[in-house]
Write a protein that binds this ligand. Structure first.
Ligand code: GDP
Ligand code: ZN
Length: 311
């Protein structure tokens, strides 16, 4: 039998079969995934094969196989640990909720997030929320950012969880998908879930209340059905997810327009910081690459270097 893992409590998994039946499962033996030392071999979103273990005791089974993952989001289990924790697998779309005010989301935050999402190979849609609150200048900033990111290839929508603006478009985007909602605290993630599905919002609220009492906070994750066939991954730690462990040389690859432009650099190993004949520096100069993007790129390189010196 085959299904999707929709919940991981740390000690067992809930697998939803394609016909809707739910099975409580353990993992058979010890999975070792290629190249990943993970605290959890199976993650929410995984497609798995199971065998039932108790004929009449209801839906209990054993996960025997994980099918190939389209992608997965992983973070280190802790700063000191070599082990990783897989937050979710097979995520179709990531909605990055952004507000230009109340509170303001920085372009550095957006760009780091986008770079990580590229590394994970998860498509992102930018969701500019709280548009009901913005004055003309703030709306102009939204337009500017929409244009900036559209040029790179990222889609944006405008929403208001309060007035309902853009919620239909949001629903359209997540229909039939496994999606993940990210963004700084206070930008309106919970409010958007509530606007899409009040029942789901209530369930998530209930579960996080239980967790705040100190249960399973690091290992627990769950996928909620927002609408039939549409799932939202909710797991501690996933909202910022900008901790993809990339090498310094890789960072440019995940800034799509920098990567594209770098093909014109004189040197193949150009870091786009000081080299002569750097096409990226020329593009920043001419305004073809946004200065905010280039700054974000530099800040990620700097941070990585500092980390290296410390280690
Ligand atoms: P989260 O931390 O990202 O989950 O943010 P919340 O959903 O808790 O929202 C934070 C605050 O912003 C709450 O007081 C919400 O009522 C408010 N809020 C969320 N979305 C909107 C919106 O679109 N318009 C307005 N005016 N307020 C919003
Ligand atoms: Zn260069």
């Amino acid at each position: 039998m085959q299904g999707t893992v929709i919940k991981n409590t740390g000690s067992w998994y809930v697998v939803r079969l394609d016909d809707g039946q739910l099975f409580q499962c353990k993992v058979k033996g010890n999975f070792r995934l290629k190249g990943i030392r993970s605290t959890n071999p199976v993650a929410v979103g995984d497609n798995v094969r199971i065998v039932p273990t108790e004929a009449n005791a209801g839906q209990v089974g054993m996960i025997t196989e994980i099918l190939d993952r389209r992608n997965y989001i992983i973070r280190r289990a802790s700063n000191l640990s070599k082990q990783s924790h897989i937050l979710a697998a097979n995520v179709d779309i990531c909605l990055l909720v952004v507000t230009v005010n109340y509170p303001a989301t920085s372009t550095t935050f957006i760009d780091r997030f986008l770079a990580s999402a590229e590394a994970y190979r998860v498509p992102v849609v930018l969701v500019f929320n709280k548009v009901d609150l913005y004055n003309e200048a703030e709306l102009a900033l939204v337009s500017e950012l929409e244009a900036l990111y559209a040029k790179i290839g990222y889609r944006s929508i405008r929403t208001s969880a309060t007035t309902g603006e853009g919620i239909d478009e949001l629903k359209e985007i997540i229909t039939g998908q496994i999606s993940l909602l990210a963004g700084n605290s206070g930008v309106g993630k919970s409010s958007l879930v509530n606007a899409v599905s009040p029942e789901t919002a209530a369930r998530i609220g209930e579960i996080s209340r239980i967790h705040n009492k100190g249960m399973h906070t690091t290992t627990y994750s769950e996928m909620f059905e927002l609408m039939p066939g549409s799932y939202l991954v909710d797991t501690p730690g996933v909202k910022g997810f900008g901790t993809y462990d990339m090498e310094i040389e890789e960072i440019a690859d995940y800034f799509l327009e920098i990567f594209e432009c770098s093909k014109g650099c004189r040197f193949g190993n150009c870091t786009h910081i000081h080299e002569p004949g750097c096409a990226v520096l020329a593009a920043v100069e001419s305004g073809d690459i946004a200065l905010s993007r280039y700054s974000s790129y530099l800040s990620m390189i700097e941070e990585k270097k500092e980390g290296k010196y410390r280690a």
